[in-house]
Design a protein around this ligand. Structure first.
Ligand code: THU
Length: 139
């Protein structure tokens, strides 16, 4: 397991602060996330929808905020959920995040002091990345 650093804890605090603003009336499972990119922090929360499948996860919300602010490479993302155990990003979010650095740090927390820190490529070993689109051998 990757060692936990002071900056990891600081980023996690931003995720915890964002979590208060989660919109999760259906699951009741509030998630907050914070991306660190270009020296700045971008927060996100899960935003649920009456059409359940239209829900957006906190990690993608934070990633969207970072990209909309002009960031293209993320150093780290912290995510906090309402469970006791640290929450892991869903598969869709892992793929989405890999676009902006497959090696970023992922700091995961829950409602206790237990934390987990991994590199995204440990959670998502073979993302579909732009290199596949550049290959011309299929067309
Ligand atoms: N959720 C996230 O925001 N991030 C995750 O990594 C896991 C799941 C949200 C989606 C939904 O609003 C709620 O948690 C329950 O699945």
């Amino acid at each position: 397991m990757t060692e936990i650093t002071q900056p990891d804890l600081a980023l996690l605090a931003f995720a915890r602060e964002a979590q208060e603003r989660a919109y999760a009336p259906y699951s009741g499972f509030r998630v907050g996330a914070a991306v660190f990119a270009g020296g700045e922090i971008y927060q996100g929360v899960n935003v649920e929808n009456a059409a359940y499948g239209s829900t957006i996860c906190a990690e993608r919300g934070a990633a969207m905020a970072a990209v909309q602010a002009g960031q293209r490479e993320f150093d780290a993302i912290a995510v906090v959920g309402d469970a006791e155990a640290p929450v892991v990003p869903c598969g869709c979010c892992r793929q989405f995040l890999a676009e902006f650095n497959p090696e970023m740090r992922v700091i995961m927390g829950g409602q206790t002091d237990a934390l987990e820190v991994k590199r995204l490529d440990e959670l998502m070993p073979e993302p579909f990345v732009r290199g596949f689109l550049d290959q011309d051998e299929y067309g």
